[in-house]
Ligand binder design. Structure first.
Ligand code: 6PG
Length: 225
C-alpha cells in the first residue's frame, strides 16, 4: 500500500508528465509565496527531472522568492558535470532570476564527511521545506538512501560511502529531513522502475515507504507497468 496521503497519476507520455510536474511545482510555489512570502524546494538528481527543470527555465514567475536545496549530491569536484547541482544550474537555475544566495548546494567537493556536516549547518537555518522532489532508483533507492543500508535518521544529512550507484561517495538528506515538508513529488519514469514501484506498493522494506509529508505525496509516473 502506498502512503495514505499519496496521489498516484499515470501519464500517457513523458511530455505530459513533464508539463504536469512543472505546473505542479509552479502552483505549489504560488501557494507558499502567497501564504508566507517564500518557497523552499528540494531538487532531486538523476535524469527524470531534467526536462521538468528545462520547462521551469522558460517560466516567468517570481523566482526571486524561491529557495533551492538538494536532496542528495555525488562527491565530485565543484565543476563536475555529473553533480546534481550542476545539472540543475546549467539547465535551469542559471537561466532565471533566482538569487545565487537562495541556492544552497551540498558542498560535496569537501568529501562526504565534511560536506555532510557543512550541509547539516546550512539546513539548521531552514526547519521545514515546502516541496521535496524525489526520483526512484531501479533498486528502490531515493536520494542517496539505498535499500539494505542503514539510514541514520537522527541527523538531517548523512555521508554515504558505499553507494551501489556511482560514485560510491555521496551525501544525502535523511528520511526525517526529506519528510519535513508540506509536499513530496515523486517523478518516476520507465519500465526499469516497475519492480521497485511494485515493492513500494506491496509495503516492501524500501526508503520510499518511510517518506512522509505534512500534506500530500504526489507520485507522477509514465511507462512503469
Ligand atoms: C542521484 C539521485 C537518485 C535519482 C534516482 C533516479 O544522484 O542519482 O538523486 O536518487 O533520483 O536514481 O534516477 P533517474 O531519474 O536517473 O532514474
Amino acid at each position: 500500500m502506498l502512503q495514505k496521503n499519496s496521489i498516484f497519476s499515470l501519464f500517457n507520455s513523458q511530455e505530459e508528465l513533464d508539463r504536469n510536474a512543472a505546473q505542479f511545482i509552479i502552483e505549489k510555489a504560488k501557494i507558499a509565496i502567497n501564504e508566507k512570502g517564500s518557497f523552499s524546494l528540494v531538487l532531486s538528481g538523476g535524469t527524470t527531472p531534467v526536462n521538468v527543470y528545462k520547462l521551469l527555465a522558460k517560466e516567468q514567475v517570481n523566482f526571486e522568492k524561491w529557495y533551492i536545496y538538494f536532496g542528495d549530491e555525488r562527491c565530485f569536484p565543484l565543476n563536475h558535470l555529473e553533480r546534481n547541482s550542476n545539472v540543475a544550474e546549467l539547465i535551469w537555475l542559471s537561466k532565471v532570476n533566482i538569487p545565487k544566495s537562495n541556492i544552497f548546494i551540498i558542498p560535496a567537493e569537501l568529501g562526504n564527511k565534511d560536506g555532510s556536516l557543512a550541509y547539516e549547518k546550512i539546513l539548521d537555518k531552514n526547519k521545514s521545506f515546502d516541496l521535496v522532489i524525489l526520483g526512484l532508483g531501479d533498486d528502490g533507492h531515493i536520494a542517496s538512501l539505498f535499500p539494505n543500508h542503514q539510514w541514520e535518521n537522527t541527523k538531517q544529512v548523512i555521508s554515504v560511502s558505499n553507494s551501489p550507484k556511482a560514485p560510491s561517495d555521496r551525501i544525502s538528506l535523511t528520511l526525517s529531513r526529506l519528510s519535513n515538508t508540506e509536499e513530496v513529488l515523486f517523478l518516476i519514469s520507465g519500465k526499469n522502475k516497475a519492480h521497485a514501484f511494485n515493492r513500494w506498493k506491496e509495503g516492501g522494506d524500501l526508503p520510499a515507504n518511510l517518506i512522509s509529508a505534512k500534506n500530500q505525496i504526489s507520485i507522477m509516473a509514465f511507462d512503469i507497468f
